[in-house]
Design a protein around this ligand. Structure first.
Ligand code: URA
Length: 237
């Protein structure tokens, strides 16, 4: 995952509005700390989550946040909505103004939803090139058959966007139930794919995003922070 980085000396010079030679002095005198350790090298790269202080003055202290939520039906995957409850309304009270959603689910879809303030992490998850498969359990109105498996793996042409969907995996579990794995997330993608067979999706539940599986302990509407390991596993997958 490529991070948006900046050189420490340039960052300090910009933040304090002082010339580079003054920054050099601060660094040489051991007055700069990055992530609580003295930093002497101005060429060191820092990012938006590096804790940076000059003497006692904290220049930057943003904590990265990563949460998983078990989204219930009837809630909007948005941070604000004039009409309906949003996924943000389901979180523990606190300041969530910096959070965004890493891969939306439709109003009536349920399951694993990720929220973060780390734009690089969410872009990495969304980008089809990174092969982060999103796995869904789907129930259908009409029985399934092997034609679907073939069509999903070939890709389906979507007129509106003028694109062919990337190869998707379809595992038929029973006549009316399947697991679908996609590495992209187009508008109503799964519903539209089954729509090609005039087969209506009755329920859609996201089980996993890459190696991250929805925590079985989370009841609909509940959320928890991800562990450092879980955050890292997604980008290593
Ligand atoms: N595809 C859909 O059609 N809806 C979702 O919520 C997710 C994927």
């Amino acid at each position: 995952m490529r991070s948006k980085q900046a050189r420490l000396d340039r960052f300090i010079s910009r933040q304090l509005n002082i010339p580079q030679r003054e920054v050099k002095l601060l660094l040489a005198r051991g007055q700069v700390r990055v992530d609580k350790s003295v930093a002497n090298n101005g060429q060191m790269l820092v990012n938006e989550f590096s804790h940076i202080a000059v003497n006692e003055q904290v220049l930057q202290a943003i904590q990265p946040k990563y949460l998983m939520l078990n989204k219930p039906a009837g809630v909007v995957s948005a941070t604000k909505d004039p009409q309906h409850k949003t996924v943000i309304d389901l979180l523990e009270p606190g300041d969530h103004s910096d959070l965004h959603i890493a891969g939306r689910l439709d109003f009536n879809s349920t399951g694993l939803l990720l929220l973060t303030n780390d734009g690089r992490w969410s872009r990495f998850i969304a980008s089809p090139e990174n092969n982060i498969y999103k796995r869904y359990r789907v129930t259908l109105e009409k029985p399934l058959d092997s034609r679907y498996v073939e069509a999903f793996s070939q890709g389906l042409f979507f007129d509106y966007e003028g694109i062919t969907t990337r190869p998707a995996k379809l595992k038929i579990l029973s006549d009316y139930e399947a697991e679908v794995s996609l590495r992209e997330g187009r508008y109503h993608q799964i519903k539209r794919m089954f729509g090609r067979f005039q087969n209506k999706v009755l329920t859609l539940h996201r089980l996993a995003i890459g190696p991250l599986i929805l925590d079985a302990e989370l009841k609909p509407g509940q959320s928890r922070m991800l562990s450092e390991q879980e955050v890292a596993d997604i980008v290593r997958a």
